[in-house]
Design a protein around this ligand. Structure first.
Ligand SMILES: [Zn+2]
Length: 189
């Protein structure tokens, strides 16, 4: 491990506010003298800011959005006919959110790619992305809601009506095919 690698780890801890006063002072003193570590620090700060911004974009509207969807879900339960529309809204909402998430992550990765010329920085960046991805619970939350709406839909008369219609159609087809078979059989004999 070179001297710079040692400081790389310290810079990472510093950005996480995990260095004590003496360690911070020592690092600051080194940054004043070493341009390599100064560049590393600047790049790391940029990555941090990008990821934080991306996380905020994704997470900020989430609590309100989830609550809104939950409230809507309750009202849709009361008016069953609108349930399918609710499901479409939910799916579109989920897709938009996933899209925003992917876009935000792409922008961050692009910045990472530009900032990272050093393998050690790449490792740091990937670790940061991993921590960021950890917060993607929101997507799982939305999927849970979609499943819940789908389950509610199964209880609807409309759904069972469709099941009944498809059963009847299947029975009709079987009858038609049988009579066709019989006619063919008669022709053969
Ligand atoms: Zn250095």
């Amino acid at each position: 491990m070179t001297n710079h690698d040692l400081y790389l780890e310290k810079i990472s801890l510093w950005l996480d506010n995990r260095l004590d006063a003496a360690e911070s002072a020592a690092l600051e003193a080194h940054l004043r003298l070493c341009s390599t570590c100064r560049q590393t620090h600047a790049a790391m700060q940029m990555v941090d800011a990008q990821l934080r911004q991306a996380a905020q974009t994704v997470l900020d509207p989430s609590p309100g959005f989830t609550r809104q969807v939950e409230a809507r879900l309750d009202s849709y339960r009361q008016s069953h006919r609108r349930l399918w529309a609710g499901m479409v809204i939910l799916l579109v909402g989920s897709l938009v959110l996933v899209g925003v998430t992917v876009a935000a992550a792409s922008v961050s990765l692009l910045t990472l790619g530009q900032a990272l010329t050093d393998p050690a920085m790449l490792v740091y960046g990937l670790r940061r992305v991993g921590e960021f991805a950890h917060q993607f619970w929101l997507v799982a939350d939305l999927l849970r809601l979609v499943v819940r709406v789908a389950l509610a839909a199964v209880q609807q008369p409309l759904f069972w009506g469709m099941v009944l219609v498809s059963f009847l159609l299947t029975g009709l087809w079987v009858k038609i095919l049988r009579s066709l078979y019989r006619r063919t059989a008669v022709h053969i004999t």
